[in-house]
Design a protein around this ligand. Structure first.
Ligand code: GAF
Length: 375
């Protein structure tokens, strides 16, 4: 990688990459021990690395132009902030899990859009993890990568995420969405090759500012955990749909809607997987749209730009559309006929202009593979 050579004056020992993701369906279900169905996107974060004497990690980021030196003393939560915390958190989490990550020089580049809800942070932690595991010869099975990367984000960076993004970034396969049970870790790679069906998945970046996203995410998570406690459940995953009305009767009105979102969303993931297994890709459209309505009305995590994109895409002929990711901005998915992608995207762009919103950007998402060694 030329950035590594420019910064460190030699060739790297290897190059690793990890992708961003979109979540087809199953939003805010992961931290409730529920089901998700993400797929990796072709945009990736790439890490070139080489063992160094240490005792520190020297990290260059092409995207910020900065070089940060992370010392051993920095391996405590709170010591490093900003993007470099996602790097420092990885050796920290590896040590916490009993491994001895090697000291490295690292150069990082990324084409995963930042702050667009496409999981640029998991792409970064997982790409760094891949380099550390390989160059350190660490005995860490691929199945255990997501938990280490999640621990880096939760406990070092302080972002209370679930395990979906790190799982998608490490374990997804090309041409497949990954049906993941976030409690057991069981997964099924469900064929999702849209081109074979003359379909496309539009990803529309609303470019809405992500204000309050962190605080609101934490609040939703806390509200689910307290509801589970009130209901005497290990997690909301354990609330059956038929018990929902009785359970809601024991909760305040807002919490009841949060719980309804989680329970109905888990059911929609299972139905979506059933449809895909049966080869009915357009059949998932109404489930995507119902998921969006649930996020808008019950979980209250959408914003006007996002709702406009969904409504406009549907009016322009999408089979289904929904926000993807944590919410309060970010991206919308729209399932469309392959030859209608441009027309639907243009309709959304026009609707944004009419309402005075910042112009959206868009791309067609193809299901890509998880973290890998590139060179
Ligand atoms: C963010 C989090 F990082 C995920 O763990 C997940 O909760 C998602 O929001 C919502 O489904 O991407």
């Amino acid at each position: 990688m030329k950035e590594f050579h420019e910064r460190f004056g030699m060739e790297p020992a290897g190059v690793w990459s990890a992708p961003g993701r979109v979540n087809l369906i199953g939003e805010h279900t992961d931290y409730n021990d529920g089901f998700v169905l993400p797929f990796a996107i072709p945009m990736r974060t790439t890490v070139a690395a080489r063992p160094a004497d240490g005792p520190f990690w020297t990290v260059y980021s092409r995207e910020t132009g900065e070089t940060v030196v992370i010392s051993e003393a920095d391996l405590r939560p709170g010591a490093v902030n900003g993007w470099a915390a996602y790097v420092a958190g990885v050796p920290w989490a590896l040590r916490a899990a009993g491994h001895r990550p090697p000291f490295l020089d690292l150069a990082i580049t990324s084409d995963v859009p930042l702050g667009a809800g496409l999981s640029s942070s998991a792409a970064l932690t997982c790409a760094v993890l891949a380099a550390l595991v390989d160059l350190g010869g660490l005995d860490l099975s691929r199945d255990d990568w997501p938990a280490v990367a999640q621990r880096a984000e939760n406990s070092y960076v302080g972002a209370p995420t679930g395990i979906m993004d790190q799982s998608a970034s490490t374990l997804c396969r090309p041409g497949h969405a990954m049906f993941l049970d976030c409690r057991s870790g069981d997964r099924e790679h469900v064929p999702f090759a849209l081109a074979e069906h003359d379909l496309a998945m539009l990803v529309i970046d609303s470019r809405a500012p992500h204000s309050h996203a962190d605080g609101e995410y934490a609040a939703r998570r806390a509200s689910c955990e307290s509801a589970a406690q009130t209901l005497g459940l290990r997690a909301l995953r354990d609330l059956a749909a038929e018990d929902l009305p009785a359970a809601c009767g024991r909760l305040d009105e807002v919490t009841a809607r949060r719980v309804r979102h989680v329970v109905t969303e888990n059911a929609r993931v299972l139905e979506t997987v059933e449809k895909l297994r049966g080869g009915s890709v357009t059949g998932i459209g109404p489930l995507l749209t119902a998921s969006h309505a649930s996020m808008r009305d019950d979980y209250e995590i959408t914003v006007p730009e996002i709702d406009t994109a969904v409504e406009t895409a549907l009016a322009a002929g999408a089979y289904g559309a929904r926000m993807t990711g944590g919410g309060f901005g970010g991206c919308v998915l729209a399932l469309v006929d392959a030859d209608a992608a441009e027309r639907v995207a243009d309709a959304v762009t026009a609707a944004f202009a009419e309402r005075g919103f910042t112009a959206p950007t868009w791309f067609r998402a193809v299901a890509a593979g998880g973290a890998t060694r590139e060179a």
